[in-house]
Design a protein around this ligand. Structure first.
Ligand code: FES
Ligand SMILES: [Fe+2]
Length: 385
C-alpha cells in the first residue's frame, strides 16, 4: 500500500476516533430463507460458486512439478497439480472412463494420474496417455478423453480455482490480478506472492457459508463476543470500509493508533496500529495484521453446512525458537477470537428454522454485511423475499 494511502486511512480513522463515531451505511434485513432454502442454495452454487475464484491452498503446498491436491469445492471434486512447465493445472477429479476419482488425496512428485479402477493413465497436463485394451473404445478416442480442465490461477501466495469445467474458448489460466483489483495490488505490494504458510487448519462449520462473512464484516460484536479475547485492542463499533465491486477492505484501527498523533505523518505506518480485512468475493477472507496474515476460505457443503480452510501466512519460515513462539502466539490469538465468531454463527444457524425470526437485521454499522448479501442477491436472480 502506498504511503499516501496509509496516511489517508490513518487520518480517516483518527477523525472517527476523535468524534467517537463510525462510518455508517444503509441498514437492511435478511430473510431466514437465505440460510435455509435448498433451491436458493443451488442458485448460489450456479450464480456464484461456478463463476468466481476461491483461494484453495498455499502455492508452496504444490511447490514442485507433480505435487497435487484433491479437494471438493462447492460440490465439485477438483484435482490441482503443478504441471511440467511450473504452472498450476486444475481438473475435475473424475476419470473419463467411468468417472471414478483419480485420487482421494494429494501426492508429491507424481509423474501421472493413474485411475485405480481400470488404470487409465493421464499426464500432468490431463492428456490420456494410456489405457489397457485401448482398441476396445472406438467410440472414445484418446484425444477426446483428456481430463476436464477447471480455471486456475496463482496469486498472493495461493492457488485459486473456479469449481467448474472451463467453457469453450475460455483459457484454463485466468487473470486473477484483474479480478482482485486494487485490493489485490495492496496485498501484492505487502509481498504476499512470496509469503509462506506457518500454520494451516481445516474444520467443519455447521452453518451456511454466508454466516462467517456476516460476522467478520462488522465490529459491532467486538466488545461483547470478544470481551475476553481481542476487544480491548480495538474501538467499540468503529468500522471504516472501502469497496471495489463486491470486494471489501475494512480498516480496523487499534487503540495504539492514537500514539501516531505525536509523530509526523511521514512516519505513519498502518502496520502495527491496525488490522485490515480484505474480503474477496465470494468466500476468501484475508486479515492483514501488518507483519503476517490470517486467511480463511469458506466452502459451502449444503445449505446449513460449510467447511473452513484456514492458513496463517508469514514472510518467511522462522529459524529460531523465539520466532516460532512469536508466530504460535499470533496463531493462537487469531483462532481464539475466530473460534468465538464461528461458534456464534453456528448458534445463529441452529435457530433459523425455529420460527423465532422470519428475518434478521443489520444495523447501520453492519452495512458491509448487508452489502455482502446485496452482492449475493444480485448474482442469483430474484431476491428471496
Ligand atoms: S473408471 Fe477410471 S479407468 Fe475405469
Ligand atoms: Fe469477530
Amino acid at each position: 500500500m502506498q504511503h499516501s494511502e496509509q496516511t489517508a486511512l490513518i487520518a480517516r480513522a483518527l477523525a472517527l476516533i476523535r468524534s467517537g463515531s463510525s462510518e455508517r451505511g444503509d441498514p437492511a434485513s435478511s430473510p431466514v430463507q437465505r440460510y435455509l432454502d435448498p433451491s436458493r442454495y443451488e442458485r448460489e452454487m450456479d450464480g456464484i460458486f461456478r463463476e468466481y475464484p476461491l483461494a484453495l491452498c498455499p502455492s508452496i503446498s504444490l511447490a514442485n512439478r507433480g505435487d497435487s491436491l484433491a479437494i471438493d469445492v462447492a460440490g465439485v471434486p477438483l484435482l490441482l497439480v503443478r504441471g511440467e512447465g511450473g504452472q498450476i493445472n486444475g481438473f475435475i477429479n473424475a476419470c473419463r472412463h467411468r468417472g471414478t476419482r483419480l485420487q482421494t488425496a494429494g501426492q508429491l512428485n507424481q509423474r501421472a494420474f493413474v485411475c485405480p479402477y481400470h488404470s487409465w493413465t493421464y499426464g500432468l497436463d490431463g492428456a490420456l496417455r494410456g489405457r489397457p485394451h485401448g482398441d476396445d473404445f472406438p467410440q472414445a478416442p484418446a484425444a477426446d478423453c483428456a481430463l476436464i480442465r477447471v480455471p486456475t490461477a496463482e496469486a498472493l501466495g495461493f492457488v485459486w480455482a473456479i469449481p467448474r469445467a472451463v467453457k469453450p474458448d475460455e483459457a484454463s489460466q485466468f487473470d486473477i490480478y484483474s479480478y482482485l483489483g486494487r485490493f489485490g495490488a495492496d496485498l501484492r505490494n505487502w509481498g504476499y506472492d512470496g509469503w509462506v504458510p506457518f500454520h494451516q487448519r481445516e474444520f467443519a462449520n455447521a452453518a451456511n457459508w454466508k454466516i462467517p462473512f456476516e460476522g467478520n464484516l462488522e465490529t459491532y460484536h467486538f466488545q461483547y463476543a470478544h470481551k475476553n479475547s481481542i476487544a480491548s485492542l480495538f474501538y467499540d463499533n468503529l468500522l471504516m470500509a472501502d469497496h471495489e465491486g463486491p470486494h471489501h477492505r475494512i480498516f480496523l484501527p487499534k487503540r495504539s493508533i492514537e500514539t501516531l498523533t505525536e509523530q509526523p505523518q511521514s512516519a505513519w505506518q498502518v502496520g502495527p496500529h491496525s488490522n485490515i480485512i480484505y474480503f474477496f468475493f465470494p468466500a476468501t477472507f484475508i486479515l492483514h495484521e501488518g507483519d503476517h496474515a490470517n486467511v480463511f476460505t469458506v466452502l459451502p457443503e449444503g445449505v446449513g453446512n460449510s467447511r473452513v480452510l484456514g492458513v496463517t501466512l508469514i514472510p518467511e519460515m522462522p529459524k529460531t525458537e523465539k520466532s516460532i513462539n512469536y508466530w504460535r502466539k499470533n496463531v493462537a490469538s487469531f483462532w481464539g477470537a475466530l473460534d468465538e465468531d464461528f461458534a456464534l454463527g453456528v448458534s445463529s444457524q441452529s435457530t433459523m428454522a425455529s420460527g423465532a425470526n422470519t428475518e434478521l437485521h443489520f444495523g447501520a454499522t453492519e452495512w458491509c454485511s448487508a452489502k455482502f448479501h446485496a452482492d449475493v442477491e444480485a448474482r442469483i436472480g430474484r431476491s428471496f423475499d
